[in-house]
Design a protein around this ligand. Structure first.
Ligand SMILES: C[S@@+](CC[C@H](N)C(=O)[O-])C[C@H]1O[C@@H](n2cnc3c(N)ncnc32)[C@H](O)[C@@H]1O
Length: 229
């Protein structure tokens, strides 16, 4: 741990410290927008699916979660997330390795949070960002699997970028049995990776993006909350 640089993030009255690791997804605009909209009853049982640096799991713990289960398919991410939990003096996060809901088979939660990899690309990208050719490969499975891992009245909170189809995501959540509302939204300029993918993205049927006042292409992001009836 020593010698590694640490970034401090401030959300409301909480400060979260995250060690920089270029091979792990660092908290992004989507992560912070989700975090800003996180609310729960004290003592809630929370699942953070695809925890990356552990940021959202750590934040959920600081907000009063009774227990947090944080999963990831990447052993490296889990190692970093465990260190970050220690850095933030958080000791009620159970880190588990595995894909999607496999590490929590048969378990139910009050709240599921997830910021899945959603970059659409024909060619593989780093796993922490690649969502398959249409960007939806992990996202769709997170939504479809959520109802059977939520207690009655339990909630799923996910950010969705317009490059994967916001309307399509909304419909999938409704079809999966959720009552859905939008908690927040933002508009964010493309980074270098997305600029290179502009031609590909412009031909995807569900993808959309807008231009800002400086003519930069931007994705839109909505934070959806689905309540299980
Ligand atoms: C976009 S990052 C988000 C990380 C973190 N939750 C955040 O918001 O900063 C997506 C994370 O999901 C993980 N992931 C990708 N596919 C997965 C899968 N099938 N099951 C579990 N985790 C997965 C990646 O390793 C990565 O850490």
């Amino acid at each position: 741990m020593s010698g590694r640089r640490v970034i401090k993030y401030r959300i409301g009255s909480e400060t979260i410290r995250i060690m920089i690791d270029r091979r792990v997804y660092m908290p992004s605009a989507a992560t912070l927008c989700l975090a800003k909209n996180l609310h729960m009853e004290r003592g809630s049982r929370v699942l953070d699916l695809g925890t990356g640096s552990g940021f959202l799991a750590i934040f959920a713990s600081k907000l009063g979660a009774g227990e947090v289960v944080a999963t990831d398919i990447s052993p490296r991410a889990l190692k970093a997330a465990k260190i970050n939990a220690m850095l933030n003096s958080v000791d009620n996060v159970d880190f588990r390795l595995g894909s999607l809901y496999e590490p929590v088979r048969g378990e139910a939660f009050d709240l599921i949070i997830s910021n899945p990899p959603m970059t659409p690309s024909r060619n593989p990208l780093p796993r922490y960002t690649w969502g398959g050719p249409n960007g939806r490969e992990v996202l769709d499975e997170v939504i479809r699997g959520a109802p059977s891992h939520l207690k009655s009245g339990g909630r799923l909170i996910i950010p969705v970028i317009s490059l994967v189809g916001i309307g399509r995501t909304y419909r999938l959540m409704i079809d999966s049995g959720f009552k859905v509302r939008v908690l927040d939204y933002l508009v964010h300029p493309f980074g270098k990776r997305l600029i290179k993918l502009l031609d590909y993205l412009s031909n995807l049927p569900d993808a959309d993006y807008v231009y800002d006042s400086c003519w930069r292409p931007c994705w839109r992001l909505l934070v959806f909350e689905g309540v299980r009836s």
